[in-house]
Design a protein around this ligand. Structure first.
Ligand code: ZN
Length: 138
């Protein structure tokens, strides 16, 4: 791999990672305002869920559409870059497989799992409704 492309790649990764920080903060703030308290990144649980509600045995992941490959048709943020597409395909496929495995493990342990996608945050009222339903559900 030449120097330019690896530099370019790391700048892409940096940009996306920074953008990725925001959705999780948005969801944290929203849920805090809704009056729920949670644990962050519980390291004893598969996949270190972004938010865990131990009393309810529920967890929420906030997924960036790109890193976690959102499979919804109209999601524009999940497309694989044309440069180094093999690299990205491998990497992102690995991420998605890990996500599926973690989700199954959590469910096997009796946890309920909700995934909030970055692109869903365009409608925060809707996300609030989804979260409220999820946390109220027995
Ligand atoms: Zn999406």
């Amino acid at each position: 791999m030449d120097k330019l492309s690896s530099e370019k790649r790391s700048s892409i990764m940096r940009g996306i990672r920074n953008k990725d920080m925001k959705p999780e903060m948005q969801v944290r703030r929203l849920i805090f305002r809704m009056g729920y308290r949670y644990r962050l990144h519980s390291s004893h649980l598969p996949g270190k869920p972004d938010l865990a509600f131990p009393g309810l045995k529920k967890v929420i992941f906030v997924h960036g559409c790109f890193w976690h490959q959102h499979k919804r048709k109209n999601c524009r943020d999940s497309h694989i870059p044309k440069t180094n597409s093999n690299y990205w395909e491998q990497k992102l496929k690995g991420n998605a497989e890990r996500d599926t495995k973690n989700k199954k493990e959590l469910q096997y342990m009796g946890w309920k799992v909700l995934i909030i996608w970055e692109c869903e945050l365009k409608n925060l009222d809707r996300v609030e409704e989804i979260i409220r339903n999820f946390l109220n559900q027995v």
